[in-house]
Design a protein around this ligand. Structure first.
Ligand SMILES: Nc1ncnc2c1ncn2[C@@H]1O[C@H](COP(=O)(O)OP(=O)(O)OP(=O)(O)O)[C@@H](O)[C@H]1O
Ligand SMILES: [Mg+2]
Length: 458
C-alpha cells in the first residue's frame, strides 16, 4: 500500500467566499450552508488576503469588482501560493471581458450575475475535485523528492546516511547552514543538494568563492555598487546577493572573508538588507545563505581572524562531511559510479579493477577526498581504457605512501612541524601551489600567506 504522509485525507475541504456587499455575501453563504465544506467569508478583498496569509483554502468564490483589492488581484496572490487554491470569479453582465481575462490568468471558471446557486454549487464541487487531485499530486511529488532528492551524494555508510537524513530535515527551510569538511569531501555538492531540495530550486543557486575575490573587490561583488562609487565603477551594478534574490547564496571558504566585510555580512544575515557600495538606500532581498569552510572556523575565531558573532550566526545548523578515509566502505560504490560516469563522458570502454587494486584504494588515506578519487578514476578510464588494473598501474602517489611521509617528534614546536609539512607537500606537489593547498586542506590564499610567513618562497 502507498502511504502519503503529509496529506490528511480527513481534512475538510475549505471554501472562501468573498464579496464586498454584505447581502450578496450572506446569500452566498446560505447557498453553501449544507455543503459540508468548511466555510470562510470575507467582506472584500483586503479581508480575503488577510485570511490567505493565515491559512490555505481549497476554493475561493469571489466577486470580481471590489474596491481596493479586486478579484483579479486576489487571484494573482492566490496563484503565488505553494498550493494555489482554485478560484471562481463572479461577474456582472458588463464585465465579462475581465472575467475571461481572469480565466486566462488561471481562474477555474467564471459565472455571471445574477448567480444561479445550483450552477455555482456544481462549479465549486468540480473545483474541489480538481484541487484534491492537485494536492495529492503535490504530496506525492514531495514524498518522491524526499526519497530520491539526494541521490547525487553517493554513500551508504552509517555516517553518510545520517548526514543525508539531517540534510533532508533542513533542506526546505530558510536556516543558514555551515558545511564543514576537508577539501574535496563534497561541500559544494551538499550545498547544491540543499538548494535543489528546497522550494527555492527554480531560482538561482549562486556560489561565491570568497577566497578568489580580492579584499578590495569582495564588497562590490557581494553587494553591488553605485555609479561612481570607486574608480572604474562606470555604472550601477547589482551584487551577487541581489542577483540571487529568491534563491540561495553559497559562501564557499567563508573563513577567507576579510574582517571588514564580515560586519556587513552579519547585518545581511540578520536583516536581509544591505547597502550597495557607495549607496545610501537599503536593498532588501530574500536569500537563503549556505556557507562552507575547510578550516575549523572556531579556531579562526580564537585567533581573531573571524568574528565570533558571525560565526554563531552562520553555524545555526552545522553539517560536517566525514573525510573519505573514515568511510572507506563507500569507496567501491563511488568507484563504480565514477567508472560509469567517465566511460560514458569520454566514450571509452571502462576498466576493471582487480580485487587487490580495489583494496588498495580502500586503504589509501585520500587527502584530497572524493575529488582526488575522481581524478584517479578519470585518468584510469582515459589512459587504461579496457584494461584490467593492477596495483602497479595506479598513479605513483597511490603507490609509495612511505616516500611521502615525514617523522615528527612529540614536543617538537608546532611552527617547525608546520614548516616541515608544507615544505614536503610542496616538493611532492612539484611546487604546484594550488595542488599543495588542496592536499593540505587549506585555501591557496592561506598557503601563500604561510609560505611568506615561514620564508619558504625560494
Ligand atoms: N558523496 C559524493 N558522491 C559523489 N560525488 C561526490 C561526493 N562527494 C563529492 N563528490 C564529488 O567530488 C568533487 C568535489 O566535491 P566538491 O567540489 O563539492 O568538494 P568541496 O568540499 O567543495 O571541496 P573544496 O573544499 O576543495 O572546495 C565533485 O566533483 C563532487 O561531485
Ligand atoms: Mg568547494
Amino acid at each position: 500500500m502507498h502511504v502519503i504522509t503529509d496529506f490528511d485525507w480527513n481534512m475538510k475541504n475549505s471554501l472562501l467566499l468573498v464579496d464586498d456587499n454584505e447581502d450578496n455575501l450572506a446569500s452566498l453563504k446560505a447557498g453553501f450552508m449544507r455543503s459540508g465544506y468548511e466555510l470562510l467569508t470575507a467582506l472584500g478583498g483586503v479581508e480575503a488576503l488577510a485570511i490567505l496569509r493565515e491559512r490555505d483554502v481549497d476554493v475561493i468564490v469571489t466577486d470580481l469588482r471590489m474596491p481596493d483589492v479586486d478579484g483579479m488581484k486576489l487571484l494573482e496572490s492566490a496563484r503565488e501560493r505553494r498550493t494555489p487554491p482554485q478560484v471562481i470569479v463572479l461577474t456582472a453582465y458588463g464585465t465579462i471581458e475581465s472575467a475571461v481575462e481572469a480565466v486566462q490568468h488561471g481562474a477555474f471558471n467564471y459565472l455571471t450575475k445574477p448567480i444561479n446557486l445550483n450552477e455555482l454549487r456544481l462549479q465549486a464541487a468540480k473545483a474541489m475535485e480538481l484541487q484534491e487531485l492537485k494536492r495529492e499530486n503535490i504530496a506525492l511529488r514531495r514524498e518522491i523528492d524526499q526519497k530520491y532528492g539526494f541521490e547525487e551524494l553517493t554513500g551508504q555508510t552509517r555516517e553518510m546516511m545520517e548526514m543525508i537524513e539531517r540534510l533532508r530535515a533542513i533542506a526546505d527551510t530558510r536556516a543558514t547552514v555551515l558545511i564543514e569538511g576537508e577539501s574535496g569531501t563534497g561541500k559544494e555538492l551538499v550545498a547544491k543538494a540543499l538548494h535543489k531540495n528546497s522550494s527555492r530550486a527554480p531560482k538561482l543557486f549562486m556560489p561565491i568563492h570568497c577566497a578568489a575575490l580580492s579584499d578590495t573587490l569582495i564588497e562590490s561583488e557581494l553587494f553591488g555598487h553605485e555609479k561612481g562609487s570607486f574608480t572604474g565603477a562606470t555604472g550601477r551594478r547589482p551584487g551577487m546577493f541581489e542577483l540571487a534574490d529568491g534563491g540561495t547564496v553559497f559562501l564557499d571558504e567563508v573563513g577567507e572573508i576579510p574582517l571588514s566585510t564580515q560586519v556587513k555580512l552579519l547585518r545581511v544575515l540578520e536583516t536581509r538588507e544591505f547597502l550597495r557600495v557607495g549607496g545610501t538606500e537599503s536593498v532588501r532581498v530574500d536569500v537563503r545563505v549556505l556557507a562552507a569552510t575547510n578550516r575549523i572556523l572556531s579556531e579562526e575565531v580564537d585567533e581573531g581572524r573571524f568574528r565570533e558573532d558571525l560565526f554563531y550566526r552562520l553555524s545555526v545548523v552545522k553539517v560536517t562531511i566525514p573525510p573519505l578515509r573514515s568511510r572507506a566502505a563507500d569507496i567501491p560504490l563511488l568507484v563504480e559510479k565514477l567508472l560509469r560516469e567517465f566511460s560514458s563522458e569520454h566514450r571509452r570502454e571502462s576498466v576493471i579493477l582487480s580485487k587487490r587494486t580495489l583494496n588498495r584504494l580502500m586503504q589509501f588515506p585520500w587527502p584530497g577526498n572524493v575529488r582526488q578519487l575522481r581524478n584517479v578514476i578519470e585518468n584510469l578510464v582515459l589512459f587504461s581504457s579496457g584494461k584490467e588494473i593492477e596495483i602497479e598501474d595506479l598513479p605513483p602517489e597511490l603507490l609509495n605512501q612511505s616516500n611521502d611521509s615525514i617523522t615528527v617528534a612529540v614536543g617538537q614546536p608546532l611552527d617547525q612541524v608546520e614548516r616541515l609539512i608544507i615544505e614536503q607537500t610542496l616538493i611532492s606537489a612539484k611546487s604546484n601551489r594550488t595542488k599543495a593547498a588542496e592536499l593540505l586542506g587549506i585555501s591557496r590564499r592561506t598557503l601563500l600567506r604561510k609560505i611568506k610567513e615561514l620564508g619558504l618562497e625560494a
